[in-house]
Design a protein around this ligand. Structure first.
Ligand SMILES: [Zn+2]
Ligand SMILES: [Zn+2]
Ligand SMILES: [Zn+2]
Ligand SMILES: [Zn+2]
Length: 256
């Protein structure tokens, strides 16, 4: 995996899912990828850049016919759909739909040969009709989908990362439903399952939180946070680094 990604591991109930984010905040809106680890440690992913996971897309409508907007390379739902329009396929009845990333990857790896029939010089255009259709499909929040899948997969909790006290309950999950084209915005801005960190992290609280329980955490862990802060000040004191200025800072940090 490339190194310019920042990984935030989130334990959720019986499993693990992780959010993969571009380091630079301004670009992160285009770089959201989520993974969960089901049985046999095979990582399933929902990516908003690659073709869309079809189990996620059909979650609300099992009757949805995928045939017309399925990527012919990965068999998932085509994202940024392209249509192959080479002369060789003139007699083809149905449109030849491929996801944008899948097609680019294939062409790079095969010297520009067409993925259908492997003839030279693949000719393609943006699949506007397919894109418009897929953009409008209504789905549930992908983090919510994954937390449900993770629970189903019943993965053993891994050692190492502590879940916030009491653990996030499924009933607090994200109930957002919306169009696929709205999802990036939702994950960045309004998702209740967006991972967040305790503001006492630098003083030693390593609990991983979600948007929905961050405030409750601050209230229920007040005593522990105070102890962490006092221990921190104690260390500063031993190193003779305490002055009036940083005492005021700590006071404000705790109470404001
Ligand atoms: Zn694909
Ligand atoms: Zn072709
Ligand atoms: Zn959400
Ligand atoms: Zn905390």
């Amino acid at each position: 995996m490339s190194t310019d990604f920042q990984y935030i591991f989130v334990k959720y109930c019986t499993g693990v899912f992780l959010t993969k984010k571009k380091g630079d905040k301004n670009q992160s809106i285009n770089k959201i990828m989520l993974m969960f680890v089901p049985e046999e440690n095979k990582c399933k992913t929902i990516s908003l850049e690659e073709c869309y996971n079809k189990e996620w897309v059909t979650f609300l409508d099992e009757q949805l016919l995928l045939k017309n907007f399925q990527c012919l390379l990965c068999k998932e739902v085509a994202n940024n759909a392209m249509e192959l329009i080479c002369n060789d396929h003139e007699d083809q009845k149905d449109a030849l739909v491929v996801g944008g990333q899948c097609l680019m990857r294939y062409l790079n790896e095969h010297n520009g040969e067409c993925p259908v029939g492997n003839h030279g010089l693949c000719n393609y255009v943006r699949g506007k009709a397919v894109r418009n259709f897929v953009d409008e499909l209504v789905v549930i929040c992908p983090r919510q989908f994954m937390s449900q899948e993770t629970e189903k997969a019943n993965v053993e909790m891994e050692e190492g990362t502590k879940i916030t006290r009491g653990g996030p309950k499924v009933k607090h999950g994200c109930t957002f439903k919306g169009k696929i084209k709205e999802m990036k915005n939702h994950l960045e801005r309004s998702c209740q399952l967006k991972p967040s960190e305790c503001k006492f992290k630098e003083f030693g609280c390593k609990d991983l939180l979600f948007e929905f329980n961050a405030e409750q955490h601050l209230q229920s862990q007040m005593k522990r946070h105070m102890d962490l802060l006092l221990a921190y000040i104690n260390v500063l004191q031993q190193n003779e680094m305490v002055n009036f200025g940083n005492l005021v800072f700590f006071f404000c940090f705790f109470f404001l």
